[in-house]
Design a protein around this ligand. Structure first.
Ligand SMILES: Nc1ncnc2c1ncn2[C@@H]1O[C@H](COP(=O)(O)OP(=O)(O)O)[C@@H](O)[C@H]1O
Ligand SMILES: [Mg+2]
Length: 549
């Protein structure tokens, strides 16, 4: 009995123990389940963050370099399928391209166990090279050494930054060029004006006349050069009219065809629809001629020039990469040649004034800068595609013109060297901060019969107007140092004398930047008729007469 009762006790004890163990098991099982759930969560999270990451990611075996897995972005960007990648090495897929990068990256990883923010290029399946920032980490898992790579594709960002830098550089060059051209214009004005005065009062001395003429000829060349510089830097679109791009192209085609060598063929493929754009027609034609002459120069052995016109969309994505471009519908004019093409280095600089790869005397380097100025004045965009030995393709994009407001004075810049000059006997107040220019203009106007008062001080000019009610015309420069520019002077003059006639003149392409909306409202009519400096006398005589009338 004792024996049995002992056994029962033991069994009881065992049972309690079993029960306790059962309880423990249950807790452990519960714990395990929680852990399993946690693990599933973590691994799903890791997997999601691997596969759906916006950056490229891959895992490979450190020793062999063979890919174990790659993520979706890797597949989309590189163009290989996951199946194609797994089991292969980066070398077999020719991902590195440049072997120097490869050894540097692997050296860094082996030395430090990781790679941080390494900027490099890599080759896609298509052969395209893209730019990346790479990070890597060696992982130790189950006794295996794995290499985790992540790459951020910065190709687009780089492109945008480069485009932005380029456009800022062009702005700066424009500012500089405009400034220099302005000052040169004034100097040329002084020389031109004095020479014309000398010429007019020269005795009949053939030899002296010849000398003066040759000096005048030199000045005119200087004027035409500064005009070209201004045409690069000027943002002021004064001569814009609504025109059909196709008509403008056809206008110039014959002229271009005549000046091409026989081995160059020119073909046009124009949109059958009328393509209305708002441009300065003269500038448009000059641009087409410049582009075709460049194409001609790039094809010394002969070739083809194709001029096309069509409607085209610049996408949101394209606009994001190109600062200043508005997405939308455009009219495109494209000029393609089969010439030498350009290296990336050349392409980088072609729009800069005076950049030319042509031998001295052949190229001025002002052709494309003129085209560039014209395009920005037309609120357009220019795109260049070219590779060495693969020809070049320039596409000009113009906003569609909705308002066909024809302006009716296109032949303004006609040759007017020996026309009779209109005269008068009114009183003219001439204002220019440049003393010599004031004097020249004054002398010249006196010869035409006008009564003239001159000053270099805008404030004094205002005083003169206040005191002399007989002043018929205020003839003033726009850009003057000090507290009052020509616009402000003109507006103030009108306050005193609502009937005073005013003629503005300026040699500075960005003069209109000085205009405030308030002033613009008061003298809007004058701004349209600004006389560009330097001016041949006959043009000034006409402008003065027109303003007085
Ligand atoms: N169609 C083209 N093919 C090859 N190179 C070109 C082409 N157009 C322009 N270029 C390059 O751009 C440079 C600048 O052109 P541009 O401003 O017209 O000056 P220029 O013709 O006086 O050299 C040229 O010298 C040339 O190197
Ligand atoms: Mg050229």
């Amino acid at each position: 009995v004792v024996h049995i009762s002992l056994k029962i006790k033991k069994i009881d004890a065992l049972e309690t123990e079993v029960q306790e163990l059962r309880k423990k098991l249950a807790t452990t099982e519960e714990l395990l389940e929680t852990n399993m759930r946690d693990f599933a969560y973590t691994s799903e999270l890791a997997s999601a963050s691997f596969y759906s990451n916006a950056q490229l990611a891959s895992v490979s075996e450190l020793t062999t370099g063979r890919f174990l897995d790659v993520n979706d972005m890797w597949v989309t960007t590189r163009g290989f399928t996951r199946e194609e990648a797994i089991g292969k090495t980066a070398d077999e897929l020719n991902i590195w391209g440049d072997t120097e990068n490869r050894s540097q990256i692997l050296k860094d990883i082996h030395e430090t166990g990781r790679l941080r923010n390494y900027e490099t290029t890599s080759v896609m399946r298509s052969g395209e090279t893209r730019e990346f920032i790479l990070n890597a980490e060696i992982l130790h898992i189950n006794g295996r050494q794995l290499l985790f790579f992540s790459g951020m594709d910065i190709t687009e960002r780089k492109k945008y930054e480069n485009n932005l830098k380029r456009s800022q550089k062009m702005d700066a060059v424009g500012q500089l060029t405009g400034g220099i051209a302005h000052d040169f214009n004034n100097l040329l004005g002084i020389i031109q004006g004095n020479l014309e005065l000398i010429e007019e009062s020269l005795p009949d001395n053939a030899q002296l006349k010849k000398l003066v003429n040759s000096a005048l000829h030199g000045t005119n060349r200087g004027v035409s050069l500064t005009r070209k510089l201004l045409s690069f830097s000027s943002q002021h679109a004064s001569g814009n009219l609504s025109a059909n791009a196709n008509d403008l192209i056809l206008n110039t085609k014959d002229l271009i065809a005549k000046s091409l060598t026989a081995s160059i063929f020119i073909e046009t493929r124009l949109s059958p629809a009328s393509l209305k754009i708002m441009v300065d027609p003269g500038d448009f034609e000059d641009s087409i001629i410049n582009l075709c002459m460049n194409a001609h120069d790039a094809m010394p052995e002969g070739g083809n020039i194709l001029i096309e016109s069509f409607t085209s969309t610049l996408t949101e994505q394209y606009a994001q990469l190109n600062p200043g471009v508005e997405p939308g519908e455009y009219i495109a004019v494209r000029i393609t040649d089969t010439g030498t093409g350009m290296s990336p280095e050349t392409k980088e600089h072609i729009f800069e004034p005076f950049f030319s790869t042509k031998s001295c005397g052949k190229g001025t380097g002002l052709g494309l800068s003129m085209v560039f100025g014209f395009i920005s004045r037309s609120n357009g965009h220019i795109q260049v595609q070219s590779n060495l030995n693969e020809g070049s393709c320039f596409t000009l994009y113009f906003p569609k013109s909705e308002t066909p407001q024809e302006v009716n004075d296109p032949a303004q810049l006609a040759d007017n060297s020996k026309e009779p000059m209109p005269q008068g006997n009114e009183t003219v107040l001439v204002v220019d901060d440049e003393g010599y220019l004031v004097e020249i203009a004054g002398t010249f106007l006196k010869r035409l019969g006008y009564k003239v008062i001159t000053t270099t001080e805008p404030a004094e000019a205002l005083d003169i107007i206040r005191k002399n009610s007989d002043i018929d015309l205020l003839f003033t420069d726009i850009v003057m140092p000090g507290s009052m520019n020509g616009f402000q002077l003109a507006a103030a003059a009108r306050e005193f004398r609502s009937d005073i006639k005013i003629l503005l003149t300026s040699g500075y392409s960005k003069a209109n930047d000085l205009l405030t909306p308030e002033i613009a409202r008061k003298i809007d009519d004058l701004i349209q008729n600004t006389l560009p400096k330097p001016y041949p006398h006959v043009q000034m005589a006409k402008a003065v007469r027109k303003a007085l009338n």
